[in-house]
Design a binder for this molecule. Structure first.
Ligand code: GMT
Length: 371
């Protein structure tokens, strides 16, 4: 098949999924055309059957705002016809599905549009009346729509009154990159003492990630277990989190690592991952952790309970319940055999339910169904 892919190419779970999917589809013999505003950051080497078409937005003085959406639609239409695309797979309804529908109208070729919902357009924009109708239109006019969790399907239907069948296709990771490595040296370089446990949190530090709850959980845990907390990522809440760490007297226990590329190395030196989000349609970072044999504690929110199997691969707590999170963490980190069992369970659960071969196959089946 000839497949066009549009996503936000910069850092973020949806961009990662779109790019890794493109890479695996290319390996399976399909021809892939990325139509994006910059080179997707995970496209880090040459792939002979992957092409990149840059969306250029010209800054004409007559326009008060540069028309990115129109430039994207026009580039999509050009690529659909010239490259004879069979499928145009867009990630996010706003604006990408809308641009794809416009492009299909402009193009001569009857391309099929697949839209994947990742959450933010539904959980944030879906409550804004200005966008609601447009998101619904984007979903209804797509030939097929997938969402990254059952929870997101329910939320989409409830918020927008969508009646169309939506496929659930969970996220996956690149197993070549996410596996447990033996990196004791790295632990030493970070000053982590033998016997000290390592807790990790990775996010873009948006308010919805509730990083302060992660710090409060760690504060309670730290009174019972000798541990360090690695905070990976950057974003709007970063300085508030720094202040909280100081206020709680945790400065020598918490390592702020900022944005990092080799996440699987950091996961490989971690014993437990904590995600206390108030909105999370899937939580790709959890799956990355599980592939590196790291059990997770997460909130009973969105798609998180579809990823963490409570009491087997980790624990689920109610939103804001830092006391239960700390108690579960203590139980896991104090019992070596339990920790070992949960670590193995996490990796096995990821492999059996979210392996890239299973997930990519689901996308291929969906493409075949509409063609
Ligand atoms: O979580 C974010 O802030 C980034 C956002 C994105 O666009 O990448 O993540 C969303 O898509 C990911 C990939 O499907 C999911 O794993 C995340 O759970 C989802 N984020 C939210 O729902 C808040």
């Amino acid at each position: 098949m000839k497949i066009g892919i549009t996503c936000y190419p910069t850092v973020g779970g949806s961009g990662i999924i779109a790019t890794e999917l493109g890479k695996l589809l290319a390996e399976a013999g399909h021809e892939i055309h990325f139509i994006t505003s910059s080179l997707p950051f995970r496209l880090n080497r040459i792939y002979p059957s992957i092409y990149y078409h840059e969306v250029e937005v010209n800054h004409y003085p007559v326009f008060q705002y540069p028309p990115y959406d129109l430039a994207l639609a026009s580039k999509m239409a050009e690529v659909i016809d010239r490259e004879e695309l069979d499928i145009l797979h867009v990630h996010y309804a706003i604006p990408h599905a809308i641009c794809a529908i416009l492009a299909k109208d402009i193009a001569k070729r009857d391309v099929k549009i697949v839209t994947t919902l990742h959450g933010t357009d539904i959980t944030v924009l879906g409550i804004d009346d200005t966008f609601k109708k447009m998101i619904k239109y984007g979903i209804e006019q797509s030939d097929a729509v997938s969402a990254v969790s059952y929870s997101l399907v329910e939320e989409t239907k409830a918020r927008l009154g969508v009646e169309k069948d939506l496929d659930v296709i969970h996220n996956f990771v690149n197993e070549q990159e996410y596996y447990k490595k033996d990196l004791n040296d790295l632990k030493q370089q970070y000053g982590i003492q033998p016997g000290e446990k390592v807790i990790i949190h990775i996010s873009n530090f948006r308010k919805v990630k509730r990083v302060d709850d992660v710090v409060r959980t760690f504060y309670k845990l730290n009174q019972q277990v000798d541990a360090k907390l690695l905070l990976v990522g950057d974003g709007p809440e970063y300085s508030n989190v720094c202040d909280l760490v100081k206020e709680l007297g945790l400065t020598d226990r918490v390592l702020f690592l900022g944005k990092q590329k080799n996440i699987s190395d950091l996961l490989s030196i971690s014993d437990l991952k904590i995600l206390m989000s108030e909105k999370e349609s899937f939580g790709l970072v959890l799956l990355e952790a599980m592939n590196c044999e790291v059990p997770c504690i997460g909130t009973n929110v969105g798609g998180i309970p579809e990823v963490i199997k409570h009491n087997e691969t980790g624990f689920i707590v109610e939103l804001g319940d830092t006391t239960s999170a700390a108690l579960y963490a203590e139980k896991l980190l104090k019992e070596e055999r339990l920790l070992e069992r949960f670590s193995k369970n996490a990796a096995a659960y990821a492999e059996n339910n979210f392996h890239s071969s299973i997930i990519v196959n689901k996308y291929v089946n969906l493409y075949n169904r509409i063609l």
